[in-house]
Write a protein that binds this ligand. Structure first.
Ligand code: D5M
Ligand code: FE
Ligand code: ZN
Length: 497
């Protein structure tokens, strides 16, 4: 409708419009205008209709027109939490979740298939690059007369030659070849700070005897033009991990504050308004401290039975308003197999999580879509390997190590590091489709970064520094909780310590 049509429709109902209200209505389609008009004609007091009144009547903001005690129709501000007004819209990608799908029996055939799948998936990502679209098989390289070559391979060995060159052994499905990064090419050699065994890379170079002299090393990386998805409803997602229930170092007061805030019982008005927009809570593993996870753990436990530990977590989580959906993935302290990918925490250990459909028990890693926003969650054990293997990384900057995972397009690029990997028939750890948010935990340190349209978040912990972490000089950041505004894809850091 144009200005005149809107004004006359409202005049027919004896309603005068403030100019700003008219502006707001002009943005709406006809059916929305008619819907608002039909509500306003019920109003007893028909003063000039303001833009505020129009905003209140917009769809889904929770306010309404109701009759008061004198039977007069008035505006009623919403009393329920905003997130309660909306239906949940989350989709768990079961096809990328190992729960109930594990076929691994750990035999050699399994490992061969697993590595082939890893290689194929990542080389397909690399092949999209202009420079690599004609990359050759390693076996064919030696037969070529041209001396400039392009290849894609998995790194099976990294070593320094006596003369100070960097030598990579690269493997594909047809053979292996040595790639030399010359000590005289300082810029190229910088890449040695981020290369790890078992990752798949692309090489541009030239043949020299039986070797490739590298001119450029290419990571699968992210395209530069990725647009982030956003939700069209004003809901939020809270990300946490590493609660460590049962540990003497579990910070009960801090966790209680967080739950109280979710219930709307704590915080400034601004923070309360934020809390009531939270529709989802995603827990990235290590809900409990577990038992027998490391030698001597019993001395650091207040709850020594794992079922009791889960029972206590459930006591806390069941306090959370019931319109909040809770997604739970396991970590290395949880009661599931250690080999990754890990299936969901089972009903045997955590029965109460299976009694209410608001709990979504998923595997590690897992992919979830919230109102169109894609979240990839992984507990984060491979960060230990990245941080201990590569020179530029530390526990105080987990987002930097997470960036390496994104650039390598793999959640656990180093095979046979600290993490046992199960040779499933496909590699669940490849980052094939790009997420909008990459969420990890495990290192107990808050982290945030943005890279090419992806938000990287480490959700920290609710456990104080353990004696082990003190020995390593690891300083955790308990009680910091990232809240994702799904409509703007912004992160708000809440602190509960
Ligand atoms: O791990 C929390 C962090 O502490 C993570 O970065 C690993 C490190 N950590 C803790 N215990 C050990 C042991 N025993 N060996 C090596 N690294 C460790 P979390 O999974 O919460 O224990
Ligand atoms: Fe942990
Ligand atoms: Zn952990």
């Amino acid at each position: 409708m144009d200005d005149i049509e809107i004004i006359s429709r409202f005049l027919e109902g004896n309603l005068n419009l403030h100019p700003l209200a008219l502006e707001e209505l002009k943005k709406m389609d006809d059916s929305e205008i008619e819907r608002i008009l039909s509500k306003l004609t019920k109003l007893e007091n028909k003063n000039v209709i303001t833009v505020e009144q129009i905003t209140i009547l917009k769809k889904n903001n929770g306010s309404s027109l109701e009759k008061n005690e004198n039977n007069v129709v008035v505006f009623k501000k919403r009393k329920r939490a905003l997130a309660e007004e909306y239906d949940a819209e989350l989709r768990i990608k079961n096809e990328l979740d190992i729960t109930n799908r594990s076929f691994s029996n750990g035999d050699i055939q399994g490992f061969v298939k697993y590595f082939q799948d890893r290689f194929e998936k990542i080389s397909n990502i690399l092949r999209v690059r202009e420079q690599l679209k004609d990359a050759a098989n390693i076996e064919d390289l030696r037969r070529r007369s041209r001396d400039d070559v392009r290849l894609i391979g998995m790194i099976s060995d990294i070593r320094w030659s006596k003369k100070g060159h960097l030598l990579l052994e690269l493997e594909d499905l047809t053979g292996t070849i040595t790639v030399l990064l010359s000590k005289n090419d300082g810029d190229l050699l910088k890449v040695s700070n981020s290369l790890v065994k078992d990752e798949v890379i692309g090489v541009v170079g030239r043949m020299w005897n039986d070797m490739v002299i590298a001119e450029e090393i290419l990571f699968p990386d992210l395209p530069i033009n990725k647009e982030a998805n956003k939700s069209d409803v004003p809901l939020c997602l809270a990300l946490i991990s590493d609660i460590h229930m049962g540990s003497t170092k579990f910070l009960e007061e801090v966790f209680t504050k967080f739950i109280k805030w979710l219930k709307g019982e704590m915080g400034s008005l601004k923070h309360k308004n934020l809390a009531e927009r939270i529709k989802y809570l995603l827990i990235g593993g290590d809900l409990v401290d577990g038992v027998g996870v490391y030698p001597g753990q019993e001395k650091e436990l207040v709850i020594k039975d794992i079922t009791q530990q889960y029972k206590r977590v459930a006591d806390f989580l069941e306090e959370i308003p019931d319109y909040i959906e809770i997604i739970v993935l396991p970590g290395n302290h949880d009661a599931v197999r250690q080999a990754e990918p890990q299936p969901a925490i089972s009903q045997d250990f955590a029965p109460r999580f299976y009694e209410n459909s608001r709990f979504h028990m998923v595997g590690n890693p897992c992919r979830t879509t919230f109102h169109g926003v894609e979240v990839l969650s992984y507990h984060g054990r491979s960060l230990d390997d990245i941080i201990s293997t590569l020179p530029d990384h530390s526990y105080s900057k987990p987002e930097k190590a997470m960036l390496e995972l994104l650039r390598k397009r793999h959640l656990t690029p180093i095979y046979g590091g600290k993490i046992p990997l199960a040779p499933e028939s496909m590699d669940y750890m490849v980052i094939e489709d790009l997420p909008d948010i990459l969420h990890l935990g495990h290192v107990h340190h808050y982290g945030w970064a943005q890279y090419r349209g992806v938000t990287l978040i480490n959700s920290g912990t609710f456990q104080d520094q353990t004696s082990f972490q003190r020995k390593l000089n690891m300083i955790p950041t308990p009680g910091k909780v990232p809240i994702i505004d799904l409509s703007e894809l912004k992160t708000i850091k809440m602190e509960f310590l």
